[in-house]
Design a binder for this molecule. Structure first.
Ligand code: FAD
Ligand code: HEM
Length: 830
């Protein structure tokens, strides 16, 4: 999209208020860049505090700033509303309601600064007032032009600071007088934020007092006749410099039902979409929800339609339009209901007629029982956007883990048809698991076809190692997986990772990318990172991850192969587009690798995975080579299975060390003892075998948080009897059985860990993976003196939304380099 004559930007956001910045951050989390144009010269925190309800916190969690902000915010335990104007001074007449969900107040400036802090440098342009937005005729991208504009809305809110501490409880208070609706929220022990909405202000008021702080204070005090003394004192002694007075804008609920909200590639969010009265305190939280949904919808369509990197502007414009359409569709009902509820609350508070009040109360009671509707959105998970599942349907739905999907689906198939379709068995006993997978591995050779991503993606046409039935093809391809392990001397990623972490880049993301780069080099050859460049490589990583997360929603095509694609057409198109995107990304790379192979190879003995696959012949199948379809599935498996599991294991290990300084210290001592004190030398492959503590640390994390927490097998036919014996059940039905060995649970017993599965289908990546994990952890321990939590507590919660068990929140750590720590120690104390 264009921003002025010469500049082209991906997405332009007009307005750097709460929603503008949150939208930019949400898009950033989804890997989409944007530019915020703000007319003010700095971050503008008009108003003092803002009460954020539980849905807002959920959105902030998804933006990955929730915990950081929680530390700056005060939790509120209840609300008290004095609606009776005659007894407004009497606190015992207040209607008190406990708040049982999360509701905290924080300074607006803290919120804005935190959002801005997490944006890439240069994402906000201040002093840039947008005057008009028009659509470019061919691509229908918006063209934004500057200066001069209109003011949008009004509030009158300040802080009052009590150096000795205030006596207001941690409760949201509302006092409804004749002249003003007064709202007060404590931000912490010493600061109280308040705002006073002038009911029916005269035009003269607005024009004369808006620029004079003393007048604002005076007029407000005049309108507060009969208010309790402590509240009057609060206004009388507040810092007038922070007062502001502007006109309040409002959009009626019925507008939400019919307003278009989108024109081509332009849409609105936050107050620009649904500015509402402040009776419910939901404006900001609802705006934050908008931003999360908007980023998801945009990422979903640009990613699924495979156009974000195709360079075709028309296609990109179309997919952005589709994304915005989805966003508006998803938000309309939600904002309609919220603004209707706010409207009814307003009628209840401000109407003079008793009849209107009764009517408003009745409708509120019927439609919005106990004011709980805003919390509906709390189903919106805490899962960060970078981990969120980009699937069709509402973004707040709860996603089951992949294992749950399979098991539940198997159970549904089983009901009433157990003899034909088979039985589903869960195994949590370690002795039974060992007996079955290790001693009787010949009876447990296949996985249920429907449990494997590539079966779903290619509808069983192009197998990879995971999905292949035990047999000649499986034997041929499996042998090649671990063939091309890189020698550490060729691992340039370590240096890149250290540089990224030294520069303060997000730790989780940096580790993830470093692991992906290693796996990509194992797959395509040592030069792939250099030749593709970081941007293209990151794009592949992103769509591979999005694909993985979207897989559960495609299960329907396995269950209903024929009518599924008719019933779920857009999902079906998404699946085809994702597969197509894999083909257009991987096959040219394979051709390049082949060309490269004919040239000089710098004396390297390393053979990339795709090179070895190209040479491969399936002897039992007429000496055939692997097809292009199979190649794409195999590469996708290698990149996906390899990266997510290894990166997850590395993150769990690092996070645990960040949380526990003592093992961190012990590990560092071991590494230094083996490698010596000279900082010039890195940890080499040969050193690792002399570091038993390092091995224990890595294996312990694999045990406690196995990236793949279940191992699935399908047994039938001749194997069924042997399998039944191993499982200790009398016999299996004719349709066979799906057996789910819950190795995650079993591994809680230290003697029984199986993070890589067991038997003939054990993970072929085991040896190189453990080696790379140790290599990265040891070198990072040597390079960085301390790893500390970055601003917030380490949270070891798991996310089960995909095939793998990931961290619910990506690793956040501040790593202090050795040289910086030494310099700090040498500095004389002041
Ligand atoms: C008195 C009051 C109390 C409230 N209390 C709460 C509460 O407790 N909880 C809650 O959740 N919500 C509350 N709200 C609502 C909440 O403040 C808003 O919903 C929220 O600030 C909306 O954010 P926004 O980014 O959409 O708009 P804003 O925060 O208004 O930001 C808009 C930005 O756009 C910029 N801008 C405008 N025009 C242009 C232009 N032409 N070119 C460039 N930049 C431009 C402005 O300078 C501004 O920075 C309250 C609102 C009021 C009025
Ligand atoms: C910490 C990292 C890893 C973990 C925890 C892990 C775990 C697993 C598990 C549990 C299985 C199923 C085993 C079974 O059914 O018995 C598996 C299979 C597999 N893994 Fe891994 N894995 C990891 C890394 C890798 C890597 C890096 C690759 C390749 C680049 C890889 C490729 C495969 C393949 C191809 C299979 C299928 C094997 C078969 O069916 O024969 N894995 N992995």
């Amino acid at each position: 999209m264009a921003a002025g004559a010469d500049e082209i930007h991906g997405i332009i956001i007009v307005g750097g208020g709460i929603c503008g910045l949150a939208t930019a951050l949400a898009l950033h989390r989804k890997g989409i860049s944007s530019l915020v144009l703000e007319r003010a010269e700095t971050l503008r925190a008009t108003g003092a505090g803002i009460g954020i309800q539980v849905n807002g916190w959920r959105a902030l969690d998804q933006l990955e700033v929730g915990n950081e902000l929680r530390k700056l915010a005060m939790p509120l335990s209840g609300s008290a509303c004095r609606m009776d104007k005659r007894d407004i001074h009497d606190s015992s007449r207040a209607i008190k309601v406990p708040i049982r969900t999360e509701f905290r107040c924080l300074k607006r400036s803290d919120l804005l600064e935190t959002l801005a802090k997490h944006l890439p440098v240069g994402s906000i342009r201040f002093g840039c007032q947008v005057e008009a937005i028009s659509l470019e005729p061919i691509t229908r991208f918006p063209v934004v032009s500057g200066n001069d504009g209109t003011s949008i809305k009004a509030k009158h809110a300040v802080f009052a600071i009590y150096p000795e501490g205030h006596n207001f409880a941690n409760r949201f208070q509302q006092l409804i007088g004749d002249g003003v609706n007064f709202r007060l929220i404590p931000i912490d022990d010493k600061i109280v934020s308040f705002n006073a909405i002038h009911l029916q202000p005269s035009k003269a008021d607005c024009s004369t007092i808006s620029r004079n702080m003393e007048l604002i204070q005076l007029v407000t005090l005049q309108r507060m006749q009969g208010f309790p003394e402590e509240i009057i004192d609060l206004v009388r002694h507040c810092d007038t410099a922070s007062l502001s007075f502007t006109q309040f804008c409002y959009r009626a609920p019925w507008h939400m039902a019919f307003e278009t909200f989108q024109q081509g590639t332009v849409t609105v969010a936050g107050d620009a979409m649904h500015v509402m009265g402040s009776f419910l305190g939901q404006g900001g939280a609802c705006g934050l929800e908008d931003t999360v949904v908007l980023a998801r919808c945009l990422a979903r369509t640009t990613m699924s339609e495979g156009v974000n990197h195709s360079g075709d502007d028309r296609k990109l414009g179309k997919s952005i339009e589709n994304g915005l359409r989805l966003y508006v569709k998803e938000r309309r009902w939600r904002i309609l209901m919220l603004s209707f509820q706010t409207f009814l609350m307003g009628v209840l508070v401000a109407a003079s007629s008793g009849f209107k009040k009764v009517l408003a109360t009745t409708v509120l009671a019927v439609l919005f029982r106990s004011n709980c509707k805003p919390k509906e959105h709390t189903r919106n998970s805490r899962t960060p956007l970078t981990r969120a599942v980009p699937t069709p349907g509402p973004t707040h739905s709860h996603w089951k883990s992949w294992a749950e999907w399979i098991v539940e689906a198997q159970a549904r198939l089983r009901r009433g048809r157990s003899t034909r379709r088979g039985l589903s068995i869960h195994v949590t006993d370690r002795a039974v698991t060992r007996r079955a997978l290790v001693q009787h591995s010949a009876a447990f050779l296949d996985r249920p076809a429907t449990s494997v991503p590539s079966t779903i993606l290619t509808r069983s046409r192009h197998h990879n190692v995971l999905s292949a039935p035990y047999g000649p093809y499986w034997r041929a391809v499996r042998g090649h997986v671990a063939a091309g392990a890189l020698h550490p001397s060729r691992l340039g990623q370590l240096g890149d990772l250290v540089r990224a972490l030294r520069s303060g880049a997000p730790a989780g993301e940096s580790l993830h990318f470093a692991v992906f780069s290693v796996i990509a080099e194992m797959c395509f050859g040592e030069d792939v990172v250099y030749e593709l460049g970081e941007a293209r490589l990151r794009a592949i990583l992103r769509f591979q991850r999005d694909l993985l997360l979207a897989l559960p929603s495609f299960w329907v095509f396995v269950k209903y192969p024929r009518i599924g694609r008719l019933l779920y057409t857009s999902r079906w198109r998404q699946l085809l587009a994702l597969r197509r995107q894999q083909e257009v990304s991987f096959l040219p790379l394979v051709a390049e690798v082949r060309n490269r192979k004919t040239k000089a190879r710098h004396g390297s003995t390393f053979t990339a995975y795709v090179e070895s696959l190209r040479e491969l012949r399936v002897h039992e199948d007429g000496d055939r080579a692997v097809t292009d379809g199979e190649l794409v599935s195999l590469i996708s498996e290698f990149l996906g299975a390899g990266t997510e599991s290894t990166a997850s294991a590395l993150e769990w290990t690092m996070d645990n060390l960040v949380k526990h300084p003592e093992p961190q210290r012990k590990l560092r001592l071991e590494v230094d003892a083996v490698v010596g004190s000279s900082r010039d030398r890195t940890v080499e492959a040969a050193d690792l075998s002399r570091m038993p503590y390092l091995k224990a640390v890595v294996l312990e994390r694999l045990r406690r948080h196995p990236p793949v927490p279940f191992v699935l097998r399908h047994v039938r036919g001749r194997d069924a009897d042997a399998a039944a014996g191993a499982l200790g059940v009398p016999r299996l039905p004719g349709g066979g059985a799906t057996v789910n060995f819950l190795v995650g649970k079993i591994g809680r017993d230290p003697a029984a860990m199986m993070p890589f599965g067991a038997g003939r289908r054990i993970c072929p990546g085991l040896a190189p993976v453990v080696f790379y994990l140790e290599y990265f952890v040891a070198n990072l321990a040597r390079e960085f003196e301390r790893w500390e939590a970055d601003g917030e507590e380490v949270d070891l919660a798991e996310f089960h939304g995909s095939f793998f068990t990931l961290m619910d929140r990506p690793l956040r750590a501040r790593l202090v380099p050795q040289d910086a720590a030494a310099a700090a120690a040498a500095r004389p104390a002041k």
